[in-house]
Design a protein around this ligand. Structure first.
Ligand code: SF4
Length: 188
């Protein structure tokens, strides 16, 4: 327990009240002088709770910086999540599905590849798509995880095959204009 009479603690057992307030200020809290016979800790808690304790400008700046950093970190985490490709299992599953679609389409229509111009136009659409992802100098569709221009193994890239369609339907109009044949779900 402390009191403000003579600016000393009741029992004169520690630093003066004014010195304790100075110490608190160094820690970042600028407290008003407590009434007589007030417990300094309770007083500090009360002042902090009802905002009568002001943060020193230096601490305020530090806290602001901390909040800014936390915000930036949260934004980066969100961005990183956004930039992720589907996991390897889903990628492999989608690749298998695409290969089957290409095979079926060829069997029914006798057609496999699109023309260079048609392919370029598809690539242009993908380049403007928010789902496009970059990894190891290659571009991928963030939805299915397949390569846009280049693929893996026997798969030569999503834009290469007539059977392929954009999961968001962005190629549909272009594909129709180029005379793509509707087989199953490959054209909307
Ligand atoms: S295929 Fe469709 S969803 Fe994927 S990147 Fe291209 S436009 Fe975007």
């Amino acid at each position: 327990m402390i009191g403000t009479s003579g600016d000393w603690c009741k029992d004169r057992c520690g630093p003066k009240v004014s010195d304790k307030l100075k110490m608190l200020k160094r820690l970042g809290y600028d407290l008003p002088t407590p009434p007589p016979d007030t417990d300094l800790l309770e007083w500090a808690e009360k002042c902090i709770a009802d905002s009568t304790a002001k943060l020193t400008p230096q601490i305020e700046k530090q806290q602001h910086r901390k909040a800014e950093l936390a915000k930036q970190r949260a934004e980066l985490i969100e961005l990183a999540k956004e930039m992720e490709l589907p996991g390897p299992v889903r990628q492999a599953k989608n690749l298998g599905k695409h290969i089957l679609e290409i095979w079926n389409y060829r069997k029914k229509t006798g057609r496999k590849y699109v023309s260079d111009e048609w392919r370029q136009q598809r690539i242009e659409i993908c380049r403007a798509c928010p789902k496009l992802r970059f990894k190891h100098d290659k571009i991928y569709c963030g939805l299915c995880g397949c390569g846009i221009e280049k693929g893996v193994f026997v798969f030569e890239g999503k834009t290469m095959y007539e059977a392929m369609r954009c999961e968001l339907g962005y190629w549909d109009e272009l594909d129709r204009e180029n005379g793509k044949i509707s087989v199953g779900r490959n054209v909307r």
